[in-house]
Design a protein around this ligand. Structure first.
Ligand SMILES: C[S@@+](CC[C@H](N)C(=O)[O-])C[C@H]1O[C@@H](n2cnc3c(N)ncnc32)[C@H](O)[C@@H]1O
Length: 200
């Protein structure tokens, strides 16, 4: 493992350390930290990450929960391979990648989650409904929204599912960047993080 990838004792891996594919989004480090915090992972967590993309959440969750099981669901074959590459890169062994389209492929997963992360899967309301059925009592679901339509759909789903302790968080993050001869603050795209819990 390259020395800059290790050791990671805190969450918040630098974006540059992940292998990328052109056009495939990645949750920026600061947003990822909020998302991970809202997941409230446990050492033995079973996390389903639906629409796992570059795999930043599976990598971070896998490192944080060495005795947990992380299921990364991704519909695109090349992107699924990217998740595998990033897990290998950080020597994360407890991530299983399910290549398939949610919500249909969720029935192929043979372990029920106590945490579900939904990162931009479509159709979002059907995915939330199906994932909720599998979610264990007291489990948590965390979903991200980058636009008004997703924010509304997720919020409506949480209400229909009668999720408790619903929270919506959106932070403003800026990063200092060098532009020509000056240093300017550049905004990271705002993302809403919604979460809720299933009744016991
Ligand atoms: C915004 S990206 C997630 C990026 C991720 N947050 C990261 O930091 O690596 C969303 C991913 O969801 C996948 N996706 C969208 N709809 C899906 C579905 N119905 N089932 C499975 N994967 C889906 C897309 O292929 C894309 O790679």
């Amino acid at each position: 493992m390259p020395s800059q990838l290790w050791p990671y004792i805190t969450p918040g891996i630098s974006d540059e350390l992940f292998e990328r594919l052109p056009g495939i989004p990645l949750s920026k480090r600061e947003i990822r930290l909020l998302l991970l915090s809202q997941l409230r992972l446990k050492p033995d967590t079973v996390l389903w990450d639906i629409g796992a993309g570059t795999g930043t959440i599976p990598v971070e969750a896998g490192l944080l929960c060495p005795s947990g099981q992380i299921i990364a669901v991704e519909r695109d074959e090349d992107v699924a391979n990217l998740i595998r590459h990033n897990c290998d890169r950080f020597e994360v062994k407890n991530v299983k990648v399910i290549e398939g389209n949610a919500p249909e492929c969720l029935q192929d997963i043979n372990v029920a989650p106590d945490r579900v992360c939904i990162e931009g899967g479509r159709p979002i309301q059907e995915i939330m409904q199906t994932a909720w059925e599998y979610l264990l009592p007291s489990g948590r679901v965390v979903a991200t929204a980058a636009n008004l339509e997703s924010l509304y759909s997720i919020s409506q789903s949480l209400s229909q599912l009668q999720a408790r302790n619903v929270e919506v968080v959106q932070s403003a993050v800026t990063r200092l960047e060098t532009r020509g001869s000056s240093q300017t603050f550049t905004a990271v795209n705002p993302i809403f993080i919604l979460s809720g819990e299933k009744l016991d």
